[in-house]
Ligand binder design. Sequence first.
Ligand code: MG
Length: 206
Amino acid sequence: MTSEERLRYAATVTGFMPVEEGLALYELARSLPVGATLLEIGAWCGRSSVFLGAGAAERDGVLFSLDHHHGSEENQQGWDYFDPVLVDPHDGRLNTLPVWQHTIAEAALEAVVIGLVGESTLVGSRLHLSFDLVFIDGGHGTEPAWNDYHTWAPRVRPGGVLAIHDVFENPLDGGRPPYEIYLRALEEGFSLRSVCGSLRVLERLA
Ligand code: MG
């Protein structure tokens, strides 16, 4: 499958990533060194996994896609981002894993995108890898956002990229935690490389 086909498909996958920002992720992934190792935190139904995976595939890279697949706080019933179609009738919980798997198969990315199913901090306590790119787009509450930052930002290799989604300077546009971890990253050795919508792309100084 060509990248063009993958990108067209990504735009049809259920999710919250605007196409323009998804394309920015794709460009970012394909700008990494050959054989790069990427990590995304927060996969949902695989929309951003395909944007990133399409770029990684061009460079013989691998994308680890981490999610417990039971949805973040803001995805649960009664919240704005709840989708009843994704509830498992057996236990009444959200389960995006079957849809995510379908998405990766449809995009012919099973040899590029590897699912990690579990809690971010638990996975991080045992998985000792460094990454060419870390993309944080998991839970947007204070605790999950800071856990993801503290667990994974230090794993960005020198010269590598940290991308954060849903960063809003203006509180009227969205929640604070992604913006707060973005500010912390700027204080902790990362510099801003580019902006697209609410996507902030930072680089770890070598
Ligand atoms: Mg997001």
